[in-house]
Design a protein around this ligand. Structure first.
Ligand SMILES: *[C@@H]1O[C@H](CO)[C@@H](O)[C@H](O)[C@H]1NC(C)=O
Ligand SMILES: [Ca+2]
Length: 473
């Protein structure tokens, strides 16, 4: 019996094992691990470089509005451009259905130009991405090989080291970056922006983005719910040294699912509906783009799960600090200390997405009542709105802890305002206070304490000032 199966499989394999070769980028097969597997059942070969028509659109600080086209086969196009060999180069690679002249790629370059001198190359492979999903997922291999060809040319003709290169890939583009990286030893960095799940999750490392594809690989997951039945495009599989799961990685605030998004399949998505059906998936590049201009607004906390993070179990940052999700992730000291490091944070629901997490500990005073307690922080850079920190029985002497994500960094905290309320009519007009409130920033080791001996009636603000240290006058 076993022998018969071996023969059948051999015949099937022989019948299907095709290969196609293209100038400059090499040969591609339609057998395992690329096809003929449970994850990739269809035997599909990638299209030729000519048919995909990949373009490399260079923008620099000198030409931030109009691109210069670079050809991997023609070093003179680099010579004739504003490419600067003493600067870093960041490639931005779009995904399925998308295109390289879509505004988000250039907007991301322009944010970079505000903070650094850089060569920013938008990779446009729209002819290869605007087709069936299975074909686009296979075209990834050729586009990745072309990016590698470009890096090889820069290295050979301009002594430009791959260590200076950062590939930023969204969706299928994350796996394009992985393919380019696996062909380019010493590639500096890859950022995977919500790498897609279908045809890649659970495949061998040579097929998908993985930490071996660059010296440093960071990944942002924003749509990691399963494809079926939730239509989550992104993968939950950890593929980097650092994997970030903003808002838990599955449902982004501001992206409430609608009825249409539940019935469209991968091949039914067209450009006009992108924000409608792929809101979570697109958040990954929106967060990245904003992070360029907000170097401390995306601190992410190591934690086992989002549930533990939301239960306030992963605060403050450990001794090694917290990495920033996005552009500045490479500043994290432990960035490559191991693979599959997992981080959580919350974001806002629309621009701006940056948030700063604060931990609060509050010791109550006054009467015992049922109600809720709110706190606002006032610092030298501004103040927060009021955040709920406790609901339940307000009991004098009891201490409660909470965390919240403020829409700004208030700077040095100068005072804290306290408010309580319930909607109970109480003719005795009870008074409640906070004897002490300790506030800690996520990235600081110590908290700052604020005190008051007063109590206030419902809905009246109580101001707490820095506690007097005994012994000082
Ligand atoms: C680029 O480098 C390749 C490989 O070293 C070499 O064969 C070719 O002549 C170079 N072309 C130019 C224009 O420098
Ligand atoms: Ca890989």
């Amino acid at each position: 019996m076993g022998n018969i199966w071996t023969i059948v499989l051999f015949l099937l394999g022989a019948a299907k094992g095709k290969e196609i070769c293209y100038d400059h980028v090499g040969c591609f097969s339609d057998s395992e691990p690329w096809a003929g597997t449970a994850i990739r059942p269809l035997n599909v070969l990638p299209w030729s470089p000519e048919r995909i028509g990949t373009r490399f659109l260079l923008y620099t600080n000198e030409n931030p509005d109009t691109f210069q086209s670079l050809l991997p086969s023609d070093p003179s196009t680099v010579e004739a451009s504003n490419f600067q060999a003493d600067k870093k180069t960041r490639f931005i690679i779009h995904g399925f259905i998308d295109k390289g002249d879509e505004s988000w790629l250039l907007d991301m370059c322009k944010n970079m130009f505000k903070v650094e001198e850089v060569n920013c190359i938008c990779v446009d492979w729209k002819k290869g991405s605007q087709t069936t999903y299975t074909q686009a997922a296979n075209n990834v291999r050729v586009v990745g090989a072309q990016v590698a060809q470009m890096l090889g040319m820069l290295s050979a003709n301009y002594s430009y080291s791959p260590s200076q290169v950062h590939l930023i890939g969204h969706s299928l583009g994350a796996h394009v970056a992985g393919e380019a990286g696996s062909r380019t030893p010493g590639l500096g960095r890859i950022t995977g922006l919500d790498p897609v799940e279908a045809s890649f999750q659970g495949t061998p490392e040579e097929v998908r983005l993985d930490p071996s594809d660059a010296v440093f690989v960071d990944v942002i997951h924003t749509d990691a719910a399963p494809l079926i039945p939730f239509l989550g495009f992104g993968t939950k599989q950890q593929m980097g040294h650092l994997d970030f799961f903003p808002n838990g990685g599955e449902e982004m605030p501001g992206c409430e699912k609608n009825a249409l998004s539940q019935i469209v399949d991968l091949d039914g998505i067209w450009a006009g509906t992108r924000d409608f059906v792929a809101c979570n998936h697109l958040r990954s590049y929106k967060y990245y783009s904003e992070s360029i201009l907000s170097p401390d607004g995306f601190a992410a906390y190591p934690c086992d799960s989002y549930r533990a993070f939301e239960s306030n179990k992963c605060f403050p940052c450990p001794d090694a600090g917290c990495p920033q999700m996005g552009h500045y992730a490479d500043k994290f000291a432990g960035k490559t200390s191991e693979e599959q490091q997992k981080f959580f944070l919350n974001t806002g629901d629309s621009n701006s997405f940056a948030r700063w997490r604060y931990g609060i500990s509050i010791t109550l005073s006054g009467r015992t009542v049922t109600g809720q307690v709110k706190v606002a922080l006032f610092g030298n850079k501004g103040n927060t709105h009021q955040y709920d920190v406790f609901r339940g029985i307000i009991q004098p002497g009891s201490t409660h802890s909470s965390e919240f994500d403020a829409e700004l960094d208030v700077g040095t905290i100068e005072k804290v305002k306290f408010l309580w309320n319930n909607n109970v009519v109480n003719p005795t007009l009870p008074r409640v206070g906070a004897a002490k409130i300790t506030v800690q920033k996520g990235e600081e080791k110590t908290g700052y304490s604020f005190c008051s001996e007063d109590t206030v009636r419902e809905d009246v603000l109580l101001t707490l000032l820095p506690c007097q240290t005994p012994g000082t006058v």
